[in-house]
Structures are given as C-alpha cells and as structure tokens.
Design a protein around this ligand. Structure first.
Ligand SMILES: Cc1cc2nc3c(=O)[nH]c(=O)nc-3n(C[C@H](O)[C@H](O)[C@H](O)COP(=O)(O)OP(=O)(O)OC[C@H]3O[C@@H](n4cnc5c(N)ncnc54)[C@H](O)[C@@H]3O)c2cc1C
Length: 437
C-alpha cells in the first residue's frame, strides 16, 4: 500500500513546544522552515530575542517534503540575468548561488548535523542535443565569472552515472550533494533552540500590524494563540504564503506544487545498477524530473511536475510513476511506497528575493531550489535585520513583482497545467526529431 505522506517523515519524530506562549520579543519570524530557522539561529546568536511561529506542525512546509538535493544555481540563465539586471548583478547572482551551497554545507558539517549528508554530485541531463550545447556554453560563461567544480559529460560517458538511453549527455556539478531533509530541518531547529530562539507550531499568524511611535517601530503580530509585540518581522513562508497572512506577498509569490514518489526497497544492487554514479539527477526538459537514491541506497526517489496547480498525491501518483518507468522501464513491477506533494514558491523574476515592504522583511521565492538557498537567505535576512543600512546580499536587488488581475489566488494555474502538458508533448516531438538526425 502506498503511503501518501513524505518518506522522510517515517524516520523522524515531530517536535512540539509545550512551553508557555510568549507575548513580546525583538523579532518574530513567521514560518519554521529552513529560512525561518536559519534566520532565528543567526539573530539569536547575535543576542536578539526571537520567536518563530508556524501555522502547522513545526516543519510542515516544503523544508521536510523536498527531495533533499543540495545544490546551487538559478532558474535564470547568465545571459537572461545579464540582459535584465546587467553584468554586475548577473555575476553576483552566480557568486551567491555558489556561496549558498558552501554556506549550507558548512552549516551541516561544522555543527555535525546528522542528516545523512552525501557529497555525491549532481548530474544535469540533456533532454535534447541543443540542451547539451547550451549547458556547455553557459558553463564557460559561469566559470569566467567564478570558477566552480563542474564539467560536461559526453553521451558515451553517461552510462557511468546512469543506465538509461534517454539523455544526450549532461553536466556534472561535483560539489552538490544530498541530505535527509527532515533530519536537516530537525538539526537546524535544535541549533536555533539552543541559541535561544523559541519555536512554536500550530500558531497561525493572521495579521501583522505596524504600530509606530516616535522612538521605534513596533509590530503587533496576531496569532491564534495571542498577540506578540516585536520590533522586527520576517516572513519566511515561501510557497505557503497566502492572502490571509499578506495580500502583498500572496500577489507576488505563486504556490506551485511539486510531487515525489519513492519506490519500495529494491536493494542496493538494483539501485546501483540503475544509478551507478550515485548522483542526484535533474533533467533539462520542461517536465523537470529529478531523482536520486535514498540515503540508505535501497530505493529510488523521483519528483516531477504532475500538475501546476494543487492536486492530491493520490491523483498525481500514476503520472509520476509513468515518468519513473519512462526513465527506468525495468522498474515496471516495483511498488511505490510513498507519494506526496508540497508547495514551492515561485515569483515572477524566477529568483530568490530579500524584500522589505513597509518595514516587514520577507525572504522567499526559491523556485524549487531552496535546500541550500533557504538557510543562506534566512541568514542574510537576519544580517539585514541586525544592520538595515548595509547591503547584505544581491537578492535585495531582486524586486518582487506582481501582475494585473492577480490578487493572490492563482486561478490561472490549472490553465498553466494544460499549457505545460501541451509543452511536454512538444518536448517529446523535439526529442524524436533529434533522434532521427
Ligand atoms: C516536493 C518538493 C521537492 C523539493 N525538492 C527540492 C530539492 O530537492 N532541492 C532543493 O534545493 N529544493 C527543493 N524544494 C524546495 C525547498 O524545499 C524549499 O525551497 C525550501 O524548503 C523553502 O524553505 P522555507 O523555510 O522558505 O519554506 P517552507 O519550508 O515551505 O516553510 C514555510 C512555513 O510557513 C508556514 N506558514 C505559512 N503561512 C503561515 C502563517 N500565516 N502563520 C504561520 N506560519 C505560516 C508554513 O506552515 C510552512 O511550514 C522542493 C520543494 C518541494 C515542495
């Protein structure tokens, strides 16, 4: 029987804070995922009193539902970033992507967080021959900005990493890795608590009001457990940001779901036979399948877009399974042990953002790439709160945009599902044409 909850949740108990709910602090952080906890850790270490509140159980959001792929890189190419923001910002975007990976890897290693960190590398696989050429040219541009540990893999070398004939080569990111995300989240939570942060689940925030007086700003944070007065607020709600919390942010961050399945235990030998490189794999096609061996090395986990709008994991299961079988037909008789979904946060720039609107900070917009970036940007948001005059990151320059007729309820995502399903067919057509050449 398939379980419709994250595979990771089988292995780690929920943390519950039974201590009395406090009513004032220096900073309130809304959202207890990677972003919120990392910000709380840095702020607490700097001597601030911090309360972190989450509407659901602590760790309910994407931070414990993701594929655990630890990597860097943006959804926007260097050329597009240069066109839009100029060469200086484009360079900094690349540098800070690398910095986020180094930051989070160090955070885990220095604090000895037990989260099954594997520095296994990530292979980005080319769906079309053109993708291989584009990746190669982008790699040269990125290396000229700041060197990083990556090289192209020719098609004939691909079987050393993966046993499928679907791809036309790939790009290997050698410093990327993988974690058990729920364990990473739990370790980060313990560090933040140890540093002095108070973290509460089941404490939904429904209003953030600024109450200014002559001396300093005061915010009143209304939660279902009572109100908290504080000097600074950080929204760390990413794909779980809704209108009832912030109309401003809900208009700027789209909740786009992602879906994952995990196979039953198929044994180390079978996994190794299919994924001999033990890398995390991500594809270039729009469908964007990403997969990896689980930390025990006995199962394969695969995520993809089953729909652009929220559908149940039950509904998504046959769609994702079909993708798994397309890549590895030999898994036809294998059972799926887990299937689940969670929300990523996409903004219109397709880049993370450290925003400040009317004195309220927000760090979000990871576009499905937050295992390394969310702890990093949470840390940067904390530095900004500690020193508001100082520019702490390039992501301050990435403004959160909205669009006309979008008021925070993504009515158009079901239409986007149809658009992308047609696009997926087009992707197959292009691949067939490439194969004939
Ligand atoms: C299925 C899936 C697979 C993914 N795979 C990967 C991957 O392999 N690699 C990678 O780099 N990234 C991946 N991601 C993205 C990554 O998980 C996220 O970018 C990252 O976890 C975001 O962390 P966060 O702390 O900002 O947000 P979250 O962890 O989503 O936390 C936000 C929290 O805010 C809380 N909240 C919302 N509203 C309120 C309110 N009103 N009051 C109080 N609390 C509130 C929510 O309950 C939630 O717990 C994946 C995401 C998903 C969904």
């Amino acid at each position: 029987m398939t379980k419709f909850s994250p595979y990771w949740w089988d292995e780690q108990p929920q943390f519950k804070n039974e201590k009395e709910f406090p009513f004032s602090s220096d900073v309130v952080v809304i959202g207890a995922g990677f972003t919120g906890l990392s910000a709380a850790l840095t702020l607490s270490k700097a001597g601030k009193s911090v309360i972190v509140v989450d509407s659901a159980a602590i760790g309910y959001g994407a931070s414990t539902r993701n594929g655990g792929m630890l990597g860097s890189g943006h959804k926007v190419s260097t050329d597009d970033a240069t066109r839009q923001y100029g060469p200086k910002i484009a360079s900094q975007l690349h540098q800070e992507a690398n910095a986020s990976l180094a930051f989070t890897t160090n955070l885990i290693q220095e604090n000895q967080i037990e989260c099954e960190l594997q520095l296994c590398g990530r292979l980005r696989t080319a769906w079309l021959p053109k993708d291989q050429i584009d990746m190669s040219s982008n790699l040269k541009k990125l290396q000229s900005i700041e060197n990083f540990n990556s090289n192209m893999i020719n098609p004939e070398k691909m079987p050393e990493s993966i046993k499928t004939d679907l791809y036309f080569g790939g790009q290997l990111f050698k410093d990327h890795g993988a974690v058990q995300p729920r364990k990473f989240h739990y370790g980060l939570l313990q560090l933040a608590i140890k540093a002095g942060a108070k973290v509460y689940g089941e404490s939904e925030v429904f209003d953030v009001k600024r109450e200014s007086n002559a001396k300093h700003n005061t915010f009143k944070i209304s939660t279902i457990k009572g109100s908290i007065l504080c000097s600074d607020v950080l929204m760390a709600t990413n794909g779980y940001t809704r209108n009832n919390l912030s109309k401003y942010l809900a208009r700027r961050v789209l909740p786009v779901p992602s879906f994952i399945i995990t196979t039953e235990d198929i044994g180390v030998e079978k996994v190794q036979a299919l994924l001999p490189g033990s890398n995390c794999i991500v594809e270039t096609r729009k469908r964007y399948c990403y997969y990896r061996p689980t930390p025990c090395g006995r199962r394969i986990m695969l995520g993809t877009r089953a729909a652009m709008h929220a559908v149940s994991a039950e509904e998504a299961l046959p769609i994702i399974r079909k993708m798994l079988l397309e890549i590895f037909p030999s898994l036809e008789t294998v059972k799926i042990s887990h299937c689940w979904t969670g929300f990523t946060g996409f903004n219109y720039s397709k880049l993370p953002s450290l925003d400040c609107n009317d004195g309220v900070y927000a760090a979000l917009g990871y576009c499905g790439n937050g295992v390394a970036m969310a702890p990093y940007l949470g840390h940067k948001a904390a530095l900004k709160i500690l020193n508001p005059e100082k520019r702490v990151t390039v992501f301050e320059e990435i403004s959160l945009q909205t669009r006309p007729y979008y008021f925070g309820i993504p009515w158009f995502l079901p239409l986007a599902t149809i658009y992308f399903r047609v696009y997926d067919l087009f992707d197959y057509y292009r691949r067939q044409r490439a194969l004939k050449k």
